[in-house]
Design a protein around this ligand. Structure first.
Ligand SMILES: O=C(O)[C@H](O)[C@H](O)COP(=O)(O)O
Ligand SMILES: [Mg+2]
Length: 308
């Protein structure tokens, strides 16, 4: 797909064609449906409209701060009846990945309680990393014997951790100094999409600190990488990428994910990507990042679908 063929501004005709020629719609969450707690206008109505038109919906979010059940409850609270199996979130995905490789051992996790919940639900042991772990104020030299490291840790997982600290990065890097220790990451998003000038560092900022200190690169499970689509196939084996639309706000994760899987991609400008940034990409040769279509937001997409 050339730059001129992609990034087509969505119209009513395109929207009806997307509806008639696709069975499955994959929705990113942050920046597309909401910047929580703000739910975007038209978001819930669009989900219900597509469901009423017989479409299969999945929610593919790199956000690791909530469990599948948390998301299912959130969707039900805002008026969309979601089943947990429709929700492909990275906390759940990480547990499924460890299951798929028959992992045995203990994990040091830089993340929120949702990570612990999903991992422990599958029987994996967490050994630190969740919650605050501040540097002692009188710390002069940090000696290994003061760190209470667990000799049985053989996996380090980097996720979105609002309690990240120097000591936690130090412990993660020290564990990763052992070559047998597996290094996983939920995602490498630079930031969380925000509707004002605040920049909320994303999971990628934490991952970069650990990877830099440890001089190692992780296996990243979230978008744009394949495990999320594999997880959808495990729930819905008949999913056909050619009849699937991926709707996202970040080109490096959502659009690249859809393009690599061969789906149609729809970029919204309500989150991480501005029209100006997309225009700058069109000058380059990163086809992977260019969407099939782009639209202002989910409300405009819904309006096009409902127009006569
Ligand atoms: O930093 C992060 O983890 C991400 O920015 C955030 O959670 C992305 O969520 P998504 O847009 O994939 O729903
Ligand atoms: Mg997003």
């Amino acid at each position: 797909m050339s730059a001129s063929e992609s990034c087509t501004r969505l119209t009513e005709a395109h929207s009806k064609s997307l509806l008639n020629n696709h069975d499955t719609f994959l929705f990113d969450c942050d920046g597309v449906l909401w910047n929580f707690p703000e739910i975007f206008p038209g978001a819930v109505e669009l989900l219900n409209y597509l469901t009423e038109h017989g479409k299969q919906l999945f929610f593919v979010t790199n956000n690791s701060t909530k469990t599948q059940d948390d998301y299912a409850k959130r969707f039900n609270d805002i008026g969309y009846k979601a089943k947990p199996e429709q929700i492909i979130c990275t906390a759940w995905l990480t547990a499924q990945h460890l299951k798929s490789i028959d992992f045995k051992g203990r994990c040091y996790v830089l993340g929120m309680h949702s990570m612990a919940h999903e991992l422990e639900r599958e029987g994996f042991e967490i050994c630190g990393g969740i919650g605050p772990d501040p540097l002692a104020s009188d710390a002069t030299a940090i000696k290994t014997d003061k760190l209470n490291l667990d000799p049985n840790v053989n996996c380090v997982i980097s996720a979105l951790d609002l309690h990240v600290s120097y000591i936690k990065i130090l412990k993660a890097a020290t564990y990763l100094n052992r070559p047998n220790v597996l290094f996983l990451a939920t995602n490498d998003d630079a930031s969380l999409p925000q509707s004002d000038e605040v920049i909320m560092p994303g999971a990628g900022t934490i991952l970069a600190s650990v990877a830099t200190a440890a001089c190692r690169s992780p296996t990243i499970l979230g978008k744009p990488h394949a495990p999320m689509f594999d997880a959808i196939r495990s729930v819905f084996p008949n999913v056909d990428p050619k009849r699937t639309v991926m709707i996202g706000d970040r080109v490096e994760t959502d659009i690249a994910f859809g393009n690599r899987q061969g789906t149609t991609t729809l970029l919204v400008f309500s989150g991480a990507t501005s029209e100006k940034y997309l225009d700058s990409l069109k000058q380059g040769d990163e086809r992977d990042l260019l969407p099939s279509f782009c639209v202002k937001d989910v409300q405009q997409f819904l309006n096009f679908l409902k127009s006569n």
